[in-house]
Design a protein around this ligand. Structure first.
Ligand SMILES: NC(=O)c1ccc[n+]([C@@H]2O[C@H](COP(=O)([O-])OP(=O)(O)OC[C@H]3O[C@@H](n4cnc5c(N)ncnc54)[C@H](OP(=O)(O)O)[C@@H]3O)[C@@H](O)[C@H]2O)c1
Length: 249
């Protein structure tokens, strides 16, 4: 099989996701951008969203070099009307969504008792409610077609507790609970719901920079986990992936 790395491909070989349509929320930066890139290399048409138009367009310019059909849309995934427009815009441009990656998220850290109600709403709306909103908008057409992948990006902060993690951990533990229940609801319809829990990833997430980037995950590591999920045989699914750097930071 030809290596799918953008430079060493056999153009005669059909890529595994050719004909598929992937929607990656938060595809303008960091992990989402790497996932969108990987899915495009695998042959999928790709739709990305984010709130910052300039970042979205920059990401789209890179994706365009791969040569798959693209859709970009400025959308805030905490807003139900934006979510409906995003899904409608994607499907009218590219066709029915076959892969949804709920990746958009924000970090906010510090003792929960020192955070405001607005902080709580912002984090929970972005990291948890958005997964509900976008999945709810995409699921009906997947159900009609009896197939699809929904991949939710949680975190190892969704499995663990740590000082100052209260609000963020609450959102990511919520994503795990929602994902597990969605998986049970949708598996009978041929839809696989998976969740990925990465440890620290070298991105600009919340303005934090890793102390030693060689000892944390890269966005491409997370993209590789997404590839593993979407290239599974049709009779099985990877329900939950815990992704850790090999060497401890
Ligand atoms: N980095 C880590 O260490 C780490 C570890 C485990 C899990 N994660 C999770 O991985 C996901 C991606 O994180 P990252 O590190 O790639 O962060 P990032 O570099 O800050 O990127 C976040 C992406 O989400 C988008 N986004 C944020 N709020 C949004 C909203 N309301 N509507 C639409 N898009 C929105 C951002 O675009 P705009 O700002 O333009 O909207 C951006 O594209 C998050 O869910 C995060 O919790 C991260």
């Amino acid at each position: 099989m030809a290596r799918i790395n953008g430079t060493n491909e056999d153009p005669r070989e059909k890529k595994p996701l050719t004909g598929g349509v992937a929607l990656v929320t938060g595809g303008s930066r960091g992990i989402g951008r790497a996932i969108a890139h990987r899915l495009a290399l695998l042959g999928a048409s790709v739709s990305i969203c984010g709130r910052d138009r300039a970042a979205l367009e920059e990401s789209a310019r890179e994706l365009a070099k791969i040569g798959v059909p693209l859709h970009t849309q400025v959308a805030d995934v905490t807003k139900p009307a934006n979510v409906s427009d995003l899904v409608a815009g994607t499907e009218s441009t590219l066709g029915p969504i076959t892969i949804l990656v709920n990746n958009a998220g924000i970090g906010l850290f510090g003792p929960a008792h020192e955070r405001t109600e607005a902080d709580w709403d912002r984090v929970l709306d972005t990291n948890l409610k958005s997964v509900f909103l976008v999945s709810r908008a995409v699921a009906p057409s997947m159900i009609r077609r009896s197939s699809g992948d929904i991949i939710n990006i949680s975190s190892l902060a969704g499995k663990n507790t740590f000082t100052g993690g209260g609000v963020y951990c609450a959102s990511k533990w919520g994503v795990l609970g929602l994902s597990g229940c969605m998986a049970e609801d949708l598996r009978e319809h041929g839809i696989r719901v998976s969740v990925i829990c990465p440890g620290s990833v070298a991105t600009d997430f919340s303005g934090r920079s890793p102390k030693d980037a060689s000892k944390v995950l890269s966005p491409e590591d997370v993209a590789h986990a997404v590839e593993a999920i979407v290239t599974q045989g049709p009779r099985s699914f990877l329900s939950e992936i815990h992704l850790r750097p090999l060497r401890k930071p």
